[in-house]
Design a protein around this ligand. Sequence first.
Ligand code: UT7
Length: 329
Amino acid sequence: MNAQGHTRRAVAIGVGHYLPERVVENAEFEKTIDTSDEWIRSRSGIERRHFAAEGQTTSDLGIKAAEAALADAGLTGADIDALIVATSTADLTFPSVATMIQHGLGMTHGFAFDVQAVCAGFIYALSSANAYIQCGQAKRVLVIGAETFSRIMDWNDRTTSVLFGDGAGALILEAQDGAGESGDRGILSVDLNSDGQFRDLLYVDGGVSKTQSTGVLRMEGREVFRHAVEKLAKTAETALERAGLGADDVDWIVPHQANLRIISRTAQKMGVGMDRVIVTVQDHGNTSAASIPLALSVGVASGKIKRGDVLVAEAIGGGLAWGAAVLRW
Ligand code: UT7
């Protein structure tokens, strides 16, 4: 709270997304690996996903999503003073995807950096943006989730290659004064967690320091699933409690889109009906850190999410790292 009795809030003023042109239906995988459309649909809820074109990078997707969010807010890069990108699939080892997007938007001011918390990355990035806004270090923050997981797939591994997709989503947060109450617009609370004892359940088997190569994704899907529902429901409930709200106050859960069964069981555990959950996993697959801003953007564009709605975003992924954020749209 400041001297005037106001609480500084990070309020959403624009959202947008970009999906690469190429759409790959489940049936395409039947040609190369021992799988079926029926298995993929029934086990994950996924029907199709988008894959980036050859040469199209994570920053390319991020720039397009950022431009859409800026257009939605009626702003240009000149109006933004911080840019945070959640990604695990950077164009290069360095510099950050964030600085590449910053350049792509024609910005030569402000500061930009990447956050790496795999599928939970967007929640971590939101939390960082909220902190910069609340402490007065930034006024308008562009938060982007952008991924090209198609670049780190083992195409012979049927247990992972059918699950992931590429895409990007972007959200612009602006410092605005609130009353310090749960009725305020903006981010109301965040809960972050990680536990490295589970680092071997979901990882990429290459990297700069260990192999000097990129590597491919490895996952103990059943084990990750087992942790997911319990940890997601708990983090969402913690975040709601911190915001002074309960499950009945939730207008929309905007979950990480990894698996429809995880999404629905988590909602059920929280006591929220599926009619109050934004679901895009059927069309996007798992886009890691991009999945929440993609779902947010689709939810707003479809007219489901309206100004004043209470949203709970929750995600879990490699680390394990997980968390939730509550915001009033
Ligand atoms: O975003 C980061 C967080 N990640 C997640 O949240 C992913 C969490 N995990 C999951 O979503 C699910 O565990 C999967 C979708 C990955 C797998 O579903 P499941 O119901 O846990 O299946 P399973 O791993 O227990 O496999 C069941 C069977 C196995 O055969 P057996 O051992 O029972 O004979 C697999 O070999 O299904 C087999 N299988 C497949 N069959 C056809 C695995 N992948 C495929 C496939 N097509 N693509």
